[in-house]
Design a protein around this ligand. Structure first.
Ligand code: AMP
Length: 189
């Protein structure tokens, strides 16, 4: 099973991807987590992307495309994987198509979690409060605004691309976590 969990920041992609990983064993591939690990390790790549991430902008396509291309070659991805936060641009979506085509594997579903903007801001503020000293550098209302703009300008348009392929399943992300999990389970059958 190859899934994309799609939606704005704070929609619950990470939460649902972790639940699916636990339930089915398909690894959650979060480009945000992978990039944050690079930043934390102080690697050359981490230093390169740190400023962009802190400002709420997207990192270059080539960077995330190569991270995902390497990651999906690993053994734990052989029975499928869940993409969380990738693709985020048309270039990333077409690069993913090419990778999957080369592997001879189809993309099964694009699960689009829909949540109102006001609710997203509240969730991010809450997430930062709960994380305290460990809060993400980009989980604050000002940077969140930029992240949401990046989403509407660069990411949301790729839904049309996937709609054209008949892959998009919309899920009401405003519902409680367990209900969202149930709705996704219904789609996966
Ligand atoms: P996330 O944890 O998914 O909210 O991602 C946090 C940040 O990492 C984003 O605001 C971007 O700066 C960067 N990032 C994560 N995934 C991508 C991606 N697919 N393309 C570009 N930038 C990304």
């Amino acid at each position: 099973m190859i899934l994309i969990l799609f939606g704005p920041p704070g929609a619950g992609k990470g939460t649902q991807a972790a639940i699916l990983e636990e339930k089915h064993g398909w690894p959650q591939l979060s480009t945000g987590d992978m990039l944050r690990a690079e930043v934390a390790s102080g690697s050359a790549l981490g230093n390169e992307v740190k400023g962009l991430m802190e400002s709420g902008a997207l990192v270059p396509d080539e960077t995330v495309i190569s991270i995902i291309a390497n990651r999906i070659e690993q053994d734990d991805c052989k029975d499928g994987f869940i993409l969380d936060g990738f693709p985020r641009t048309t270039a990333q979506a077409t690069a993913l198509d090419k990778m999957l085509e080369e592997k001879g594997k189809p993309l099964n579903h694009v699960i689009s979690l829909t949540v109102d903007d006001e609710e997203l801001v509240q969730r991010i503020v809450k997430r930062a409060e709960e994380a305290g000293a460990f809060a993400r550098a980009d989980d604050n209302p000002e940077t969140f605004k930029t992240r949401l703009e990046s989403y509407y300008e660069q990411t949301r348009p790729i839904l049309i691309y996937y709609e054209g392929k008949g892959l998009v399943k919309k899920v009401d992300g405003m519902k409680p976590i367990e209900e969202v999990t149930g709705l996704i389970a219904g789609i996966l059958g």
